[in-house]
Ligand binder design. Structure first.
Ligand code: ZN
Length: 252
């Protein structure tokens, strides 16, 4: 068992949410019970994740994508009302860490993707005003586009979308998980052969082809399922509490 406020202060100590300007609140987004016995980790605090918590007796959710995004309608109606009602009625805590979990050098999403793809980390640079958000380094070996496609598919259990930048083989890479396709020009400025992120936009293809940088859309969900698992493991080591991860597949 761990006290809610003890867990919150330890998570904040590790993730330093005050160091970044984010699009959502980071930390305890919805307050539930004070004594935490079982934590369910997931990428996004969907209704399905809440339902899974109820089925498995978890009293706390720990996620990357929580609620209360800057651009959303703040009214508590429809889907949002149902999710919040389920949490509040059942006294479930919701902890969410967005950008702080992307950038963390040990258990962030970029770190987790690097582990999963065996990328050699050489550095992190600021991107979009967030310190250390864009990572760079190398693939474990030079790869053709076909190799790269198969490799990422196998390692992430999801077929990526690869747009060739024209080079026969790629080795140096930059990466940022999730919806970070907009940083392709920052990746190009680093001089790398390829850039890996989660999603793709129409213009990403043109940036890739015209600047000669290969783009790999590895999936928003698929590229962001590792950080919260690493964080969950860390919590389990630190406290006497059950921690489980729930994979809810998402093709995006
Ligand atoms: Zn994301």
């Amino acid at each position: 068992m761990v006290q809610q406020q003890v867990l919150l202060s330890r998570l904040n100590e590790w993730l330093q949410p005050n160091m970044v300007r984010d699009f959502c609140p980071n930390g305890l987004q919805v307050e539930g019970c004070h004594e935490i016995k079982k934590i369910l980790c997931g990428v996004t605090a969907t209704q399905a994740l809440i339902d899974r918590a109820l089925e498995t007796g978890a009293d706390t959710l720990l996620v990357h994508h929580g609620y209360f995004w800057k651009s959303e309608n703040p009214s508590i109606v429809g889907m949002k009302r149902r999710r919040l009602a389920s949490l509040l009625v059942n006294n479930i805590n919701l902890f969410a860490y967005h950008l702080p979990l992307d950038i963390h050098p040990e258990f962030g999403n970029n770190a987790g993707l690097a582990r999963q793809l065996e990328l050699v980390v050489e550095g992190q640079i600021d991107a979009g005003g967030t310190p250390g958000l864009l990572w760079y380094g190398r693939l474990p070996r030079p790869m053709t586009h076909t190799d790269l496609n198969e490799y990422v598919s196998h390692r992430l259990s999801r077929a990526p979308l690869v747009v060739s930048g024209g080079k026969e083989k790629v080795e140096t890479v930059a990466w940022c998980t999730g919806g970070a396709q907009g940083f392709i020009d920052d990746a190009h400025a680093l001089g790398v052969d390829a850039y890996i992120s989660g999603e793709i936009s129409e213009q990403t293809t043109h940036s890739a082809r015209e600047q000669g940088i290969t783009y790999i859309a590895a999936g928003h969900h698929a590229s962001e399922r590792y950080g919260v698992q690493l964080l969950g493991e860390r919590v389990r080591k630190e406290f006497d509490v059950i921690v489980e991860y729930c994979e809810l597949a998402n093709p995006a």
